[in-house]
Design a protein around this ligand. Structure first.
Ligand code: HEC
Length: 304
């Protein structure tokens, strides 16, 4: 921070008339850099254009042999992802031929501005600014500014690293992502029923009228449209025209059947988690799912 002192010293030595002007002249834009450094909340608007020009810097990155640009300033955007959860930052500026000042502004506001300066360092390591253990308060975009205090031309190197040892208590272990919710389905049931006989046949050819078991609906469920493998333990939900629901479980041979009185037409769903199937059309009397033209060979009722 020797700039003004140096000018004063030179002025005292040589009594140059321009000195008064040099001392009065703000060393930086309309505001003196000293004021910028002192105020702590100087707006960073003047740096935005430069940051646009120079781009961004990330953790682990170095800007080597960078030259100060307009107004002897360099500025870079820095994006902090996780509210400092990954650890604090170490910022270091080194220069052989300049007297740099390091400042951090942010986070960026909705209007695109960086109204608050949150950190600065000038000479903490000789003339080399350092910000060690810097924790950015919230996730967002910050502005890292390197300014030449004396407004002299020069070059510098900027490094951004993460100080692992300063990281806070490890964040809670990432929760195991829960699987997407299954569509409502019926859990498989272990069926004790053998299921009688004639799987795949048109049950109502016989199970009507004088048959002791006049089914109101009956059929066979398979694991495939060709009917090679019966599917046991699935739930068949039948809703009749009056809204009454009947629940059947497919037997070991895939058959299902009911003597419950129903009002046709019927809406039918078959389900065995994770599979669901709903019949797009309703079933009319006599409720024989395996009837010719319905779930006959080649287009068996099946899940999935
Ligand atoms: C060719 C005629 C015929 C066909 C087709 C037929 N059944 Fe049967 N089924 C019968 C007869 C007859 C009985 C015995 C009735 C009795 O005991 O009086 C019977 C008995 C049953 C029983 C035994 C009931 C019990 O509790 O003893 C079940 C279950 C059954 N049938 C289911 C079916 C299913 C499901 C279908 C279609 C996939 C079907 N049947 C197709 C004629 C048939």
């Amino acid at each position: 921070m020797a700039g003004r002192e140096r000018i004063r010293l030179l002025c005292a030595m040589f009594l140059v008339g321009a000195c008064a002007e040099a001392l009065d002249k703000p060393p930086f834009d309309s505001t003196g850099l000293e004021d910028v450094l002192a105020s702590g909340d100087e707006k960073a608007d003047r740096f935005l254009e430069i940051a646009e020009q120079l781009g961004a810097i990330a953790v682990g990155e170095s800007k080597l042999d960078e030259a100060f640009v307009a107004d002897k300033v360099a500025a870079y955007e820095f994006v902090e992802q996780g509210q400092g959860a990954q650890g604090a930052l170490d910022l270091a500026v080194d220069s052989a031929d300049a007297d740099p000042v390091l400042m951090v502004y942010g986070p960026r506001q909705d209007d695109g501005g960086f109204p608050v300066r949150i950190a600065k360092d000038d000479d903490s390591d000789g003339k080399q600014p350092r910000l060690v253990g810097l924790r950015l308060p919230v996730a967002g975009t910050y502005l890292i500014v390197v300014a030449e205090y004396d407004r002299a031309p020069g070059h510098f190197a900027l490094r951004v690293t993460r100080s692992i040892e300063q990281s806070p208590a490890p964040a809670a272990p990432p929760s195991v992502p829960s699987p997407p919710p299954l569509p409502a389905c019926d859990k498989p049931v272990v069926s004790m029923e053998a299921g009688g006989h004639n799987p795949g046949m048109n049950c109502m050819m016989c199970h009507q009228g004088s048959n002791r078991f006049p089914w109101t609906i009956a059929g066979t469920l398979y694991a495939d449209a060709n009917g090679a493998v019966p599917l046991s333990g699935a739930t068949i939900r039948i809703v009749d025209a009056s809204g009454a629901e009947t629940k059947l479980v497919t037997a070991r041979n895939g058959n299902f059947y009911s003597t419950t009185a129903v009002r046709y037409p019927l809406t039918v769903k078959a389900s065995r988690c994770p599979d669901n199937a709903k019949m797009g059309v309703t079933i009319t009397a006599p409720g024989s799912c395996n009837a010719a033209g319905c779930h006959d060979p080649g287009r068996r009722l099946h899940l999935p």
